[in-house]
Design a protein around this ligand. Structure first.
Ligand SMILES: [Zn+2]
Length: 797
């Protein structure tokens, strides 16, 4: 079998295996056996509760609460509503409001045994129906408990805890875990979503998860979890209700799906847009684990393990010391391969050094290429703003990145086998890195990759290396790099170690690359196909999970480990450079397509966020927008004849583009500020009927501290840091976002109360202009606060 046939076969088979393992399962029908999880049944709940936006405090959310109570009654769970105020402090913002958690209990045989709590949240963000986030979690929880009941009475209580106000700041979870009810909870399963599709991932545990992972591996149907996700998530600022559970010392498993991220917090997150297979995957994965927890013992705490999905639904797990055995095995396999290669073909340690150089070159060059094409799309960052044009056409974007990865692989492997390649090797990354700066300004990362690639190109290339030497050098370099990585973070380093181990097996079994018979090529192709399927999963996960193009260096490098003998010819000067050129051109062509054509369609519409602003004290009104203007929003803003110009508003740190509109009489926000003799300031906010939210912005030249809301001290709880009292520095603006309808009293301290600035804004979820909003065109969607009215108060001294 020829090298090229092997290469094409490995790429196709690798993709096919990856793809078959990454699709969501078909939903089980509504008449599936009663003991099974059925997305067909659960979807009725999604339709009932996820049809319209239902943020905290809204009438729509009260309806969802009532539906939930009814559904829990039907399941025989004796639901109760847990009502109470809560606040959360984060950065310069304090969020708060009154929540209504809905809690049901399925009594177990031993009512005193620690309970299993299955959690999700019933509120959505403003403007989004939240069919995925988190109605899917709610529907999954209900269907899991229904199916669980077919096994008889559980050994312990099973609670369904559906929190409220998660989107405002995990408010319902704070109320629940601060209450005596939480003392009964021994284990938590939390169900979340961060998009409208994809397979559900068990992505978070508490520390010392050895027991949790053992339970998960032995029970979960179609498991989807790995130690890297748990490791990465620990280092991200994202939070779910599970964060609060962990802060209260609870343990458990946290699940979410993150595909179709365009729909995350979006008006487009409707039941029709939901991948029902994601609902099926979440439920069928959770159900057997929940049954084991409800009817059996809870797992104990045990040291963290290294684990991850292999292929074909298999999950591997082992304690970190086993990783050292794997690395030792890699070293032995490389040694065996080198001995064989030296017996049969040209092999020199200089070639090995060149191969190591080619590995470093691949890092720099693919990094420069990824930065270039990502920037060439012209899209910005931020999941709710600049990145949306790419989220709207995600598969095309992913194809672009894949072509760039392949271009870098072809370039590095061809250049290392050529006699006169030094200058082109140096120029290619430098040009990519420099060209990246043509889009959106100076790109230090891309330039750094470009310069590094150029230097490595000059040093490592220029004389043809032998295949055995170059492949051995590549593997040895990353074996040496893996050791300290494994010592520092074994639950992350396995991501490199596993494909490296696969490549080392291929290296030894094909005699250090020297075996180019049918046997040798078959081994290389098989190893490459299986490893690529796994690497493809990593590539896709990084694409979906994080908008950081340079991270794709990692899977590109791993693909090189196993593809090297199929990419690099044994004979010098045989590998053409045009495939790399064509692939880069394809990638840039896709980037140009993404840059130059409009991404917006009725399924993936552009965000519009027009709001109406009234200033009763000044008898003025404006139309403005909380997202950047497009043609339609411009027309909407100027519909009352006013021209658009930047305008400062009390609720916004920066001026907004606004056009004057006809004034509508309305009461200003009812906010009073009273200073006591000790410099303590008491601020009272009384929302008007119909007001959905109030924003109070605060600033003092001497800083503000000692803030409490309704008697609760504002504490900043940042992940990985000790909790500290919320405080604002001198002249720093802070804000309190309070969700009506209840009044709120806040006390704070500042040394110069006379200079304290307090600005209040009351938000109504309706358009209070006399001239009504026009119908939304199909390629626009009313995002978040769109269509609401902000009534600003006059600043209070
Ligand atoms: Zn959520």
């Amino acid at each position: 079998m020829g090298r090229l046939i092997g290469l094409v076969a490995a790429l196709i088979a690798g993709f096919a295996i990856f793809y078959s393992g990454s699709v969501t399962p078909g939903p089980a029908p509504a008449d599936a056996p009663a003991a099974d999880f059925s997305a067909g049944r659960a979807f009725a709940d999604v339709q009932a509760m996820g049809a319209v936006p239902h943020p905290l405090g809204s009438p729509a959310n009260a309806k969802v609460r009532d539906i939930l109570v009814g559904r829990m009654q039907a399941l025989g769970l004796k639901p109760q509503i847990q009502r109470g105020p809560a606040i959360e402090a984060n950065g310069a913002l304090i969020s708060g409001g009154t929540v209504e958690n809905v809690i049901g209990v399925l009594p177990g045989r031993d009512r005193t045994a620690p309970a299993l709590a299955i959690m999700a949240h019933h509120d959505s963000v403003s403007g989004s129906p939240g069919a995925a986030d988190d109605t899917t979690g709610v529907a999954s929880a209900l269907e899991v408990v229904r199916a669980l009941k077919t096994h008889g009475q559980p050994a312990r209580d099973v609670m369904i805890v559906i929190t409220d106000g998660e989107e405002v700041g995990l408010l319902g979870a704070h109320v629940f875990f601060d209450s005596p009810l939480a003392a009964h909870v021994g284990y938590v399963i939390n169900l979340e979503t961060r998009g409208g599709g994809g397979r559900a991932i068990m992505f978070e545990t508490a520390a010392h998860n050895g027991g949790d992972i053992a339970l998960y591996r032995h029970t979960a149907m179609t498991p989807e979890s790995n130690a890297l996700t748990v490791f990465v998530y620990q280092n991200l600022p994202n939070d779910t209700d599970f964060t609060v559970a962990k802060q209260h010392g609870k343990v458990g498993l946290n699940y979410a799906f993150i595909g179709r991220q365009f729909d995350y917090h979006s008006p487009s997150s409707t039941p029709a847009a939901l991948d029902i297979g994601s609902l099926q995957h979440m439920g069928q994965q959770v159900l057997p684990t929940a049954v084991a927890l409800a009817f059996g013992p809870l797992p104990g705490r045990a040291p963290d393990v290294v684990y991850g999905n292999l292929l074909f639904g298999l999950t591997a797990a082992y304690p970190p010391w086993v990783g050292w055995l794997i690395l030792a095995g890699c070293a032995a396999l490389i040694g065996a391969g080198v001995v064989q290669a030296r017996k049969r073909r040209a092999f020199s340690w200089i070639d090995a050094a060149r191969g190591a150089g080619a590995g470093l070159y691949l890092i720099a060059t693919s990094g420069a290429a990824f930065e270039l094409v990502r920037r060439a799309t012209g899209a910005g960052t931020g999941p709710f703003t600049g990145y949306r044009p790419l989220l709207a056409r995600f598969p095309v974007f992913e194809l672009m990145m894949l072509a760039a990865a392949l271009a870098a692989l072809f370039a590095a492997s061809a250049l290392i086998s050529r006699t006169r390649s030094r200058w082109i090797a140096a120029l290619a990354p430098l040009v990519c890195g420099t060209a990246a700066c043509l889009f959106g300004g100076f790109d230090g990362l891309a330039l750094g990759f470009g310069v590094a690639g150029a230097v490595i190109g000059v040093v490592a290339f220029g004389g043809p290396a032998s295949l055995g030497g170059a492949w051995a050098g590549l593997l040895l370099l990353f074996l040496v790099i893996s050791a300290p990585l494994h010592a520092l973070a074994p639950t992350a380093a396995y991501v490199i170690v596993w494909p490296l181990a696969a490549a080392c097996i291929g290296f030894a079994a094909s005699l250090g690359g020297a075996d180019v018979s049918l046997r040798g090529r078959t081994i290389q192709t098989l190893v490459a196909a299986l490893a690529l399927a796994w690497v493809g999963y990593l590539f896709h996960s990084l694409m979906v999970g994080l908008d950081m193009a340079a991270l794709e260096i990692l899977p590109t490098l791993m693909a090189a480990f196993v593809l090297w003998p199929l990419l690099m010819p044994e004979t010098p000067d045989r590998a053409p450079l045009w495939p790399a050129g064509v692939l880069l051109a394809v990638s840039l062509g896709v980037a140009a397509f993404l840059h130059l054509t409009s991404p917006w369609t009725p399924r993936h519409p552009n965000n519009a966020e027009p709001i109406f602003v009234i200033d009763p004290a000044a008898h003025q009104a404006w139309r403005t927008s909380l997202t950047p203007l497009d043609g339609w929003t411009r027309g909407l803003l100027t519909a009352e004849g006013g021209a658009i110009k930047p305008q400062r508003f009390a609720f916004s740190a920066d001026p907004l583009d606004a056009a004057p509109a006809a004034y509508e009489p309305v009461d200003p926000p009812a906010v009073t500020a009273v200073t006591g003799p000790d410099g303590k300031v008491t601020i009272t906010v009384t929302p008007h009927a119909g007001a959905a939210r109030i924003i109070v912005r605060l600033r003092s030249p001497t800083g503000i501290d000692g803030i409490s809301v309704d008697g609760a001290q504002a504490i900043e709880q940042r992940r990985g840091r000790a909790p500290k009292p919320f405080a604002l520095g001198p002249d720093q603006w802070g804000a309190v976002l309070w969700t009506a309808p209840d009044a709120m009293t806040m006390t704070l301290h500042t040394t110069d109360a006379a200079q304290l600035e307090v600005n209040a804004t009351e938000i109504y979820d309706r358009w209070m202009s006399a001239k009504s909003l026009p119908a939304t065109p199909p390629k626009e969607q009313m995002w978040s606060q769109a269509g609401s009215t902000y009534v600003v108060g006059s600043p209070k001294p």
